[in-house]
Design a protein around this ligand. Structure first.
Ligand SMILES: [Zn+2]
Length: 281
């Protein structure tokens, strides 16, 4: 598989943390997975390189995209130092109403000993903290987001302002459309104010989208939509982006590097990836 990539796998992470959970990868497994990527000769693509590839520009085989959803504090504590060590870049999708201001907290590379690290909530505790106005205990601060951007370990993109599923909250279609529009605009304004720019990459909350969602997101200027569908990502060879493009992702489990290696092997090969998904279904 030398030469050009036939597919770019996009990996989906949420938590990297020692507090276990369904969508949590342990720091040990994450470290081993990233060490494997480097050893195997993978390079990480940023969002612009991914969209250029999808539009038809060649990238080397063994290109991969790392994504993190929701912007958890543990991404700073455990993922950032590992990415920095390997010279890797990841995309993080922020829910822009969640981050707070405050000083940068210790992380796994800055802490002198482990007792200095902030306490990390598991996923369910984090959800509860966010709902009860204590998002800061679970979520990245703007200062940490800045530090990650400066280090080049993370880019930050929109995951809406509220992470709400408007299709479930209101049965009224016009209201759903209006609330989603407000949600995307608020996120865009926050990212512009805090980071100075905003991309056309958007991650759907809970992976949900329908025709209304797609149309409203297109109207709000987004073109690259990150889903929770498993699969390869092949170039669309410059097809007009009027409908935007959906990006498949592989959910990374709390498993050793060998597990990740086998997933990448399958989903770097479009025909094999399709056959594999057919059998799995
Ligand atoms: Zn999410």
């Amino acid at each position: 598989m030398k030469g050009r990539a036939r597919s770019v796998p996009v990996l989906m992470y949420h938590h990297v943390s020692s507090s276990p959970g369904m969508i949590t990868v342990s720091p040990e497994h994450f470290g081993a997975q990233m060490a494997y990527l480097e050893r195997a000769g993978y390079r990480t693509l940023g969002s612009q390189q991914l969209s250029a590839y999808l539009a038809g520009e060649p990238v080397p085989a063994k290109s991969v995209v790392l994504t993190f959803d929701d912007g958890y504090l543990d991404n700073w504590v455990h993922a950032h130092p590992v990415l920095q060590r390997h010279g890797f870049t990841a995309l993080c999708f922020l829910v822009t109403s969640w981050p707070r201001d405050g000083e940068v907290r210790p992380n796994a590379s800055s802490a002198v000993n482990l007792t200095e690290l902030p306490r990390l909530l598991n996923h369910r505790e984090g959800e509860l903290a966010i709902r009860s106005g204590r998002a800061d205990e679970a979520i990245l601060r703007w200062s940490e987001i800045d530090a990650m951007r400066v280090a080049g370990t993370f880019e930050f993109h929109s995951h809406t302002h509220t992470h709400e599923r408007w299709d479930l909250i209101t049965p009224n279609r016009d209201e759903k459309r209006a609330r989603l529009t407000d949600d995307l605009i608020a996120a865009r304004q926050m990212l512009e104010a805090r980071l100075g720019d905003v991309s056309d990459h958007l991650c759907w909350p809970q992976g949900y989208y329908d025709e209304d969602y797609q149309q409203i997101a297109l109207d709000a200027g987004f073109r690259n939509f990150y889903t929770c569908h498993t699969g390869a990502n092949e170039s669309d060879h410059g097809r007009a982006l009027t409908a935007g493009r959906s990006i498949n992702r592989l959910e990374v489990r709390d498993r050793p590097a060998s597990w990740l290696a086998s997933r990448l092997w399958v989903h770097s090969r479009p025909a094999l990836s399709r056959a594999y998904l057919r059998i799995k279904r």
